[in-house]
Design a protein around this ligand. Structure first.
Ligand SMILES: NC(=O)c1ccc[n+]([C@@H]2O[C@H](COP(=O)([O-])OP(=O)(O)OC[C@H]3O[C@@H](n4cnc5c(N)ncnc54)[C@H](O)[C@@H]3O)[C@@H](O)[C@H]2O)c1
Length: 431
C-alpha cells in the first residue's frame, strides 16, 4: 500500500502540496484549524490565487483521493506521512522565526499518533515530537525543505529542481523516496542529509536569491550615479554562464511571506550559532531591498515636481509579485501607502490581489481596471510586473491620464515606446 499523506496547515504551501500529492496518486487528507479555509478547499475553492491549483484540487476531490478536515484525530488515524505546513511568521520584536504554529501542531498531533509514521517538519521539533508521541509507536521526524515559488507552486511541487531529505533512518529516507517517486523517476536529484544541513539548504538558498536581487539593485544605485543603464548591465551580466540571468532583474526588490522573513531568521540563527559575522552581509542585502522602496517613492515625488500634495497617483499592482494575490510584505503596497501618506490620492488596481489589498489598506481607492486606475492621474506607478501591465498601450493610457508621467518600478516597460507616446518615463537604475 502506498503511504497515506496528511498535510497539516493548508495555506499557500499546504494546499498546493496536498493537491499535488493527490495528483501524484496518494490518498491525502489536508487539515487546517481555519474552518472557512477548509470549507473552501472542500468545495475546490482555494481562498488564495495560485495559477493551476483550482483544477488540480478539483481533480483530487473528484477522484476521492483528496479530502480536507479540521480534525487532528482524523489526521493521526489517516496518515503514514504527516507534512506540517503551518506558518512560521517573524516573532514579534525579533528577527527569529515564530515557531508557535509548528509547536501547536506537534502538541495537538503527537499524542494521537498510534502507528509508525513520519512527521515532516522543522528539525528543532524532534525532541518535542519524541516527548509527546506515545512511546513504542514509531513516530519519526524528517525535515524536507520546500522550495516552491508562489505563482508556480504546482509546477514546482510536481517537478522540483531537487528534493532534500533530512533524515535519521533508512526507513524515513525510503518513505520520502516513495513519496517523491515520480519526480525522482524524471531525474530530480534527491539529496539525503542530516537535519542541520537540510535546514541550512533552505536558508542558504533564500539568502543567495535575496543577495542576487539586492546585488543588481545596488548596481542600479551605482548606475544612477554614473548615468548608466542597469537593464543593459543586467543583461550583459546574465549572459555570463557563471552568473546567469535568473533573479537579476533590477527594480523594486523582493517581498512576500518568505524571502524577507527567512533572511532575517537566518541572520538571527547565525547569531545564535555564534557566527553572526558570517551573515553580516545579509543585513546589507535587507537594507538595499528597503532602499528600493524609498527610492521609488523619491522618483515618484521628483516626477511630480517635488511634492505629492494635491496629486492623483494611479498604482498598478499590489501583489508582492505577479501570478500571486499574496500581499505579505509587498513592496507594491508599501510604496502605494507611503505615497498616499505623503499626500497623494492613490487609486490602485491589481488583477488578483484587490480583496487582500482592500482588507489591509482600506484607505486607498480601488479601480476595476488598469485604465480606470490611471484615469485622471498625474502619475502612473507600475509596481508589480503583471503581463497585463507590461502589455499596456502607452497611447491608450495617454488618453485617460491628467499628465503623462510614469514610474516603472519593475523595469517592465519599453521606455522608448512610452517616451514616443509623450510620456515622461523614469525607472530605478536608468541614469
Ligand atoms: N508560501 C510559499 O511560497 C512558501 C514556500 C516555501 C516554504 N514556505 C513555508 O511554508 C510555511 C507555510 O507558509 P504559507 O505561505 O503556506 O503560510 P500560510 O499562512 O498561507 O498558511 C499557514 C496555514 O496554517 C494554518 N495553521 C496555523 N496554525 C495551525 C494549527 N495549529 N493547526 C492547523 N493549521 C494551522 C493556518 O490556518 C494557515 O492556513 C512557512 O513556514 C513558509 O515559510 C512557504
Amino acid at each position: 500500500m502506498p503511504p497515506r499523506v496528511t498535510v497539516v496547515g493548508t495555506g499557500h504551501l499546504g494546499a498546493s502540496h496536498a493537491a499535488c500529492m493527490a495528483e501524484l496518486g496518494f490518498e491525502v487528507l489536508g487539515v487546517d484549524s481555519d474552518e472557512m479555509l477548509v470549507d473552501g478547499l472542500r468545495h475546490g475553492e482555494p481562498t488564495f490565487y495560485e495559477p493551476d491549483l483550482a483544477p488540480l484540487l478539483r481533480r483530487g476531490l473528484d477522484s476521492g483521493r483528496l479530502s480536507f478536515s479540521t480534525s487532528y484525530q482524523r489526521a493521526a488515524d489517516f496518515g503514514d506521512v504527516h507534512f506540517l505546513c503551518v506558518g512560521t511568521p517573524p516573532a514579534t520584536g525579533s528577527y527569529r522565526a515564530d515557531l508557535s504554529q509548528v509547536n501547536a501542531c506537534i502538541d495537538a498531533l503527537a499524542p494521537l499518533l498510534r502507528r509508525p509514521c513520519l512527521v515532516v517538519t522543522a528539525a528543532e521539533c524532534a525532541r518535542r515530537l519524541a516527548e509527546l508521541s506515545p512511546a513504542g509507536h514509531g513516530a519519526e521526524l524528517a525535515w524536507n525543505p520546500e522550495f516552491l515559488r508562489e505563482g508556480c507552486a504546482v509546477r514546482d511541487t510536481l517537478h522540483p529542481d531537487r528534493v532534500v531529505a533530512g533524515v535519521t533512518s533508512a526507513r524515513a529516507e525510503a518513505m520520502l523516496r516513495e513519496i517523491y517517486a515520480r519526480p525522482l523517476a524524471e531525474g530530480t536529484p534527491f539529496l539525503v542529509t542530516d537535519f542541520a544541513t537540510a535546514e541550512l539548504v533552505k536558508a542558504a538558498a533564500n539568502a543567495f536569491l535575496a543577495t542576487k536581487i539586492s546585488f543588481i539593485n545596488a548596481m542600479a544605485e551605482v548606475c544612477e550615479a554614473a548615468h548608466a543603464d542597469v537593464t543593459v548591465l543586467a543583461a550583459a551580466l546574465g549572459h555570463d554562464a557563471r552568473i546567469g540571468s535568473a533573479s537579476l532583474r533590477p527594480g523594486l526588490g523582493f517581498g512576500g511571506g518568505c524571502l524577507p522573513k527567512d533572511i532575517r531568521a537566518f541572520i538571527a540563527r547565525a547569531g545564535d550559532l555564534g557566527v553572526g559575522q558570517s551573515l553580516a552581509f545579509l543585513r546589507e542585502v535587507d537594507a538595499i531591498n528597503g532602499r528600493c522602496r524609498s527610492r521609488t517613492v523619491d522618483l515618484a515625488r521628483e516626477l511630480l515636481g517635488g511634492s505629492f500634495g494635491g496629486h492623483r497617483v494611479g498604482v498598478l499592482g499590489a501583489a508582492f509579485k505577479p501570478g500571486s494575490d499574496d500581499i505579505r510584505d509587498s513592496p507594491a503596497l508599501d510604496v502605494a501607502t507611503a505615497v498616499q501618506r505623503l499626500g497623494a490620492q492613490v487609486t490602485l488596481y491589481d488583477p488578483a490581489a484587490m480583496d487582500n489589498a482592500r482588507r489591509q489598506c482600506p484607505d486607498l481607492k480601488y479601480a476595476d481596471s488598469m485604465v480606470e486606475a490611471a484615469r485622471d492621474a498625474h502619475l502612473v506607478l507600475l509596481l508589480t510586473e503583471w503581463q497585463e501591465f507590461r502589455d499596456a498601450d502607452p497611447e491608450i493610457m495617454a488618453k485617460v491620464v491628467a499628465q503623462r508621467a510614469v514610474v516603472d518600478g519593475r523595469n517592465a516597460l519599453d521606455p522608448a515606446r512610452w517616451r514616443a507616446a509623450g510620456w515622461r518615463y523614469r525607472a530605478l537604475g536608468r541614469g
